[in-house]
Design a protein around this ligand. Structure first.
Ligand code: SF4
Length: 344
């Protein structure tokens, strides 16, 4: 077991993150969570998209979904409280089934995870027999159970390149598929949307069969946003998540997963940065890099991530509620897809 997080200096950590008038109450709530954490012997995991007051106070470990799931797989704490959305907590349960996994929200869904069902995947298998299927981790356990391998935005290119043959099915994010297809020299087919071979995409021989899912946050960024920032702040380095459209990803200075963006900002000297991703992520990077200037132009908050606040974490730990369960037959099949990815 790892040592518990210290409850001191919370006010200091919250300075500049929450309004001054709320600091004392927020710190008090965070102390309550930390005391419950001790009592329950819980490991608290905090996704990069959590609100700043939560992200900067109670998690033992912060990171992207892959990093957090790796930690969840290794822990010997009896309780894992996952501050993220449902598919992430499910992945923790898939990897470490003997732990009690709590999600501090009733639903905390995801537009990508909800865009595809296990039956959709089975139909694709019938339509394209023998073609390997990759699922982005932003899918529910029953979908992971139907595919050959999972991927994250950080390792999607490597996963696709590890597969045999010239054709691969990549689900469910259309934009991530298009971005990965560009990097791996593939022509995209979207049967669900009627974009089929011969419809003029490219002449590339290798094929990526995609799906029409979109992240409701990242699909909102446009090349007009980028052009406007470039006009007003020409010195600013602009970063985008690969769930943004290919046009946006091509127009920015750097495109990468949440962890890659964090590393890029930490290691790059520039007058200012703008992140085209979920708002809280920008706030959390700004809090971790107080010597750097982040343009605060973001207005796109993920409604699902936003369901989890400090008070929900307190309530979930106090009442041990919203436990995540995954039927064992689904878990075992989903585990194979996740483990294949982790082996890479
Ligand atoms: S930011 Fe997008 S991909 Fe992430 S949980 Fe929200 S809707 Fe899903």
């Amino acid at each position: 077991m790892q040592p518990t997080l210290a409850a001191d200096r919370l006010e200091e950590r919250l300075a500049g993150i929450v309004p001054e008038i709320e600091i004392a109450a927020t710190a008090e709530l965070a102390r309550e969570v930390l005391a419950l954490k001790e009592e329950r012997q819980a490991l608290i995991l905090g996704h990069n998209y959590m609100e700043a007051a939560l992200f900067n106070t109670v998690p033992d470990i912060t990171g992207d979904s892959l990093e957090l799931c790796r930690k969840a797989a290794e822990t010997d704490f009896p309780v894992i409280l996952f501050c993220g959305v449902r598919f992430m907590a499910e992945t923790a349960k898939i990897l470490n089934p003997t732990r009690t996994v709590l999600l501090p929200a009733e639903k905390a869904g995801c537009s990508l995870a909800e865009s595809i069902t296990a039956e959709d995947v089975r139909q694709l298998r019938r339509d394209y027999p023998g073609v390997p299927i990759v699922a982005y981790v932003n899918t529910y356990a029953d979908v992971k159970a139907e595919v050959d391998i999972c991927c994250t935005s950080g390792n999607a290119v490597r996963v696709v390149e590890s597969l045999p043959g010239d054709t691969v099915i990549f689900l469910p994010d259309e934009y991530l598929a298009r971005n990965v297809a560009r990097e791996t020299g593939r022509h995209v087919i979207l049967p669900q949307k009627g974009v089929l071979p011969g419809s003029g995409d490219t002449e590339l021989q290798k094929v990526m069969i995609g799906w029409g899912g979109r992240c409701e946050v990242h699909e909102q960024f446009t090349t007009d946003d980028i052009a406007s920032v470039r006009r007003q702040h020409p010195e600013t380095i602009i970063l985008a998540h690969p769930e943004c459209s290919p046009e946006v990803c091509e127009a920015v200075d750097f495109s990468g997963s949440t962890s890659e963006m964090i590393r890029f900002v930490r290691e790059t000297e520039a007058p200012s940065f703008l992140l085209l991703t979920e708002c809280s992520m920008g706030d959390n990077i700004a809090a971790a890099n107080r010597d750097k200037t982040m343009l605060g132009l973001c207005s796109v908050r993920c409604p699902h991530m936003n369901e989890i606040r400090l008070v929900d974490v307190r309530n979930s730990l106090r009442d041990m509620r919203q436990e995540i369960t995954v039927p064992e037959d689904i878990r075992l099949r989903a585990l194979k897809s996740v483990e294949r990815m982790l082996e890479l």
